[in-house]
Design a protein around this ligand. Structure first.
Ligand code: KIV
Length: 273
């Protein structure tokens, strides 16, 4: 396998991400929830690996991100951190672990940092969680914001449609992005919003803007690894590019193994002691 990391690039930090934005170098982000996927993403040159609460869907089979717990996120993050040698690992704070009050947010974020060795956390929301973000930042924990479609609020939105199409919501989103920058967040994810709005935010704030379903005029992109590998058959939103059919490839390999076991062609003489 040819690896982007063969060029011995420096370990990714919040400062490096900011420099990449300043230099116009796009930031490639991807999710991972385990050691093996993290080694693949890291060796392939991903700059930023997110242990997303999308683990609730793709790892646990839940319909939403709401049920996943802090303990479960910490387990997924521990394996991911071990596999990421160069990439920066950021961990989603799951639903209910930061919205209630700043102290709860701080305790949750401290657990993530202490128990996983990750470099930062991500929190969904703007003005409504300002105090929680401030408290976490005060402890020296880097925070990535997340605006637009924030899946933890799916019940409020009533679905996973495109956000901020109307002027009032777009204006609120711009103000929230400015607030995240002023508070000291190191980056912000913009999910499923009009590309023109995302481009405007990326121009107006100095912190990296990472898009998913937000067009190309932002500072980087993020994608769920199972989705781009074609492992998640039924999921085909407009913004998704599928780079492989791993459902088929892995299914064929497992099917061949099953058939080899049944007709006793595995193991052969060279595959035993
Ligand atoms: O949980 C997740 O994977 C995310 C990304 C889609 C941004 O938040």
């Amino acid at each position: 396998m040819s690896t982007y990391n063969e060029q011995a690039k420096p370990k990714v930090t919040t400062a490096l991400l900011r420099k990449m934005k300043q230099n116009g170098e796009k930031i490639a982000c991807i999710t991972s929830y385990d050691y093996t996927m993290a080694t693949i993403a890291d060796a392939a040159g991903a700059d930023f690996i997110l242990v997303g609460d999308s683990a609730s869907n793709v790892m646990m089979g839940n319909e939403t991100t709401l049920p996943i717990t802090l303990d479960e996120m910490i387990t997924y993050a521990k394996g991911t951190v071990k596999g990421a040698k160069r990439a920066m690992v950021v961990v989603d704070m799951p639903f209910g672990t930061y919205q209630a009050d700043p102290l709860t947010a701080l305790h949750s974020a401290v657990r993530i940092m202490k128990e996983t060795g990750a470099s930062a956390v991500k929190m969904e929301g703007g003005e409504e969680i300002r105090e929680s973000i401030e408290k976490v930042l005060c402890a020296g924990i880097p925070v990535c914001g997340h605006l637009g479609l924030t899946p933890q609020s799916v019940n409020k939105f009533g679905g996973y449609g495109v956000r901020a199409k109307e002027d009032a919501e777009a204006e609120r989103l711009i103000n929230d992005a400015r607030m995240l920058e002023e508070l000291g967040c190191f980056a912000v994810v913009l999910e499923k919003i009009p590309s023109g709005l995302a481009a405007r935010v990326a121009k107006e704030v100095s912190i990296p803007v990472i898009g998913i379903g937000a067009g190309s005029d932002v500072d980087g992109q993020i994608i769920v690894i199972q989705d781009m590998l074609g492992m998640n058959k039924g999921f085909k939103p407009k913004f998704l590019r599928v780079y492989a059919d791993m459902f088929e490839a892995m299914g064929n390999a497992v099917g061949q193994y099953v058939s080899d076991v049944k007709d006793v062609t595995f193991p052969n003489a060279n595959e035993q002691y």
